[in-house]
Design a protein. Structure first.
Ligand code: PHE
Length: 403
């Protein structure tokens, strides 16, 4: 078999990254606006790449098949591993919840039914692929990704040709400086660069940490390019004041899209953006759904039979659906909450694993993340502060942009 290419692995990482986080970035970054959003997103990319590398460094002491789970249990403890798994499940569940709530709003308008019915129909239809098999998910994902790429290129290039420089680089007038709002963007940016459950897969794929390291960096760089293009094209078309109603309505993709379509008059750009947002929601829902499905099947020991799969389907999709029917809260708040929980297994645990193993094995062969202890402490501090920023923003103790 030929050796897997670095680009192939980078594309896998990029496709894991691109999802809910990206859709939340414009609304979450509206307060910080262009310059500070670009800085916050780029900084997050660096920290999240380093944290993935630290996990890779920790894994090198184990066989290629070893998972995140095995290593955490072995190096830290069962208790820490339990918390790690809990935060993993929480992130999956809250992302599903955000997709279900948003799809309810998008499809209720399109189909002319209530939001609740639209959410139920969406879950029934899209989760059927997951219930059927991984193969079905694989097939439909290819179609969705093609739709996403074509509509993204058409929509974003359309937006790019209409960018207004004064709008894009608008300066703060009097009130709070834009930089202060950048803190509240960090949790959403952190979610958008989450891919860490795939690090052990990458290592096994290349059978070599140094190549896996390049693929991870390639993947986060591709994701960064998408995010910056996306945010800049939107901020160049929709003035900061126009984000007031979007943020007030929870910052969901549905409201963002209506605001954008009101601001541009090209029908083809509108259509392309509409198709993009639907394809992005559906593909992320199915991707995250499959991840949580497999994880829960393993956790509860449900068999891979028809009956077993139906049980796993129930525990995977019912809790987020019910929660979204009874308590639909804002998209950006949900994505930020996912970031605040994801920081446990994407920053804090990887850095702690690498630190513990560096102490246990003082002479290190092979892949070592540069920067010594400074890198480790910087990643931990970034993780802890990002979670804190989200909680402070939720408690209204941090400047939150309201338009
Ligand atoms: N990056 C993914 C979500 C994710 C978060 C954390 C870890 C893994 C995945 C998204 O934005 O949709």
């Amino acid at each position: 078999m030929s050796k897997p290419s670095t680009l192939g692995g980078a594309c896998i990482i990029a496709s894991v990254c691109v999802g809910a986080g990206m859709l939340g970035l414009p609304s979450a970054g509206a307060g910080a606006w262009t310059l500070w959003s670009v800085i916050a997103i780029s900084f997050t990319m660096i920290m999240m790449t380093l944290s993935g590398w630290l996990l890779l460094e920790a894994l090198k002491h184990y066989e290629f098949k070893a998972s995140f789970n095995t290593v955490t249990k072995d190096v830290l403890s069962n208790k820490v591993n339990f918390i790690n798994n809990l935060s993993l499940y929480f992130v999956g569940g809250i992302l599903l919840y955000a997709y279900i709530s948003t799809s309810g709003m998008i499809f209720s308008e399109m189909l002319g039914v209530t939001r609740e019915l639209a959410s139920v129909l969406f879950v029934a239809f899209c989760s059927a692929f997951v219930l059927h098999s991984t193969r079905a998910v694989d097939r439909i994902s290819i179609v969705l990704i093609l739709f996403m790429i074509i509509s993204f290129v058409l929509g974003v290039s359309g937006l790019a040709s209409h960018i207004s420089m004064p709008v894009l680089f608008a300066q703060a007038q009097g009130e709070t400086p834009y930089s202060a709002y950048a803190l509240a963007l960090l949790p959403v940016a952190l979610t958008s660069f989450g891919y860490h459950h795939s690090v052990s897969t990458m290592r096994d794929y290349y059978q070599d940490e140094r190549r896996a390291k390049k693929a991870i960096l390639g993947g986060t760089l591709i994701a960064l390019t998408f995010y910056l293009g996306w945010v800049i094209c939107i901020f160049g078309n929709l003035p900061r004041e126009a984000f007031g109603p979007v943020v007030a309505a929870g910052g969901g993709v549905d409201v963002l899209m209506s605001a954008l379509t009101a601001a541009i008059d090209s029908n083809s750009i509108k259509q392309a953006l509409h198709i993009f947002s639907i394809a992005a929601i559906v593909s992320s829902f199915i991707g995250v759904g499959l991840g949580v499905f497999d994880y829960l099947a393993d956790l509860f020991g449900f068999a891979d039979t028809k009956q077993g799969r139906v049980k796993t389907w129930g525990v995977t999709f019912m809790p987020p659906l019910v929660l979204s029917l009874v308590a639909p809260f804002g998209f950006v708040t949900a994505i930020g909450l996912a970031g605040a929980a994801a920081t446990i297994w994407t920053c804090i645990i990887p850095a702690t694993l690498a630190k513990t193993l560096r102490q246990k094995v003082p002479v290190q062969d092979g892949f070592v993340v540069p920067g010594g202890n400074v890198t480790i402490y910087a990643v931990i501090a970034f993780g802890v502060l990002t979670a804190a920023f989200h909680l402070l923003a939720m408690a209204n103790l941090l400047p939150v942009f309201k338009g």
